[in-house]
Design a protein around this ligand. Structure first.
Ligand SMILES: [Zn+2]
Length: 173
């Protein structure tokens, strides 16, 4: 078994409508099995992954009852603040690195899972981010522990899937 986790994804088709991406993701055989959806206001997140950027959002509304204009970063991002319902602003997390908050070793995946098993599904704690990032680890043949340092990696260019799988993590700070 290779140490590096591989994906079983099929190629997506991206159509750009203004600043928004519309995705055709073949999930099953034939056109009837294609998942057609928009990434909407979260397009900057997915587009950023394909460029090697981790984009998050922050509430800067001075009248927000929680952030009071100084919100922490949300990742996965929210287009609008869940507390004041105003649009959030986008911000790139430079050189994203954090630690494993929790993990699961997935030996058998359910139908439609596009990550080759086994693999580590990990929750990542990032400084300055108020949410936990759910993702996966690039390696599977090593023992890992809660608190291990991880850094973000990206599937870019022709390797991009245009899905959340374009973000993954490798061990090391
Ligand atoms: Zn807010």
């Amino acid at each position: 078994m290779n140490e590096t986790v591989k994906l079983n994804t099929t190629k997506t088709k991206v159509t750009k409508e203004g600043n928004v991406w519309v995705i055709d993701l073949p999930r099953f055989s034939g056109d009837s099995g294609t998942h057609h959806h928009t990434l909407g206001l979260l397009t900057p997140y997915f587009a950023g992954l394909t460029e090697g950027k981790l984009m998050a959002t922050r509430c800067v509304n001075d009248n927000c009852p929680i952030s009071r204009g100084k919100g922490e970063l949300w990742l996965p991002p929210r287009a609008d603040c869940p507390d004041c319902h105003q649009p959030m602003v986008w911000e790139e997390i430079k050189n994203p690195a954090g630690e494993i908050f929790s993990y699961t070793f997935v030996e058998r995946g359910g139908m439609g899972l596009e990550i080759e098993c086994p693999y580590y599904q990990i929750d990542v704690l990032l400084p300055g981010v108020c949410t936990i990032v759910k993702s996966y680890l690039s390696t599977r043949n090593r023992k890992i522990r809660i608190g291990d340092k991880v850094k973000a990696k990206f599937r870019t260019g022709l390797d991009a899937t245009n899905t959340c799988l374009d973000l993954y993590w490798e061990l090391g700070g």
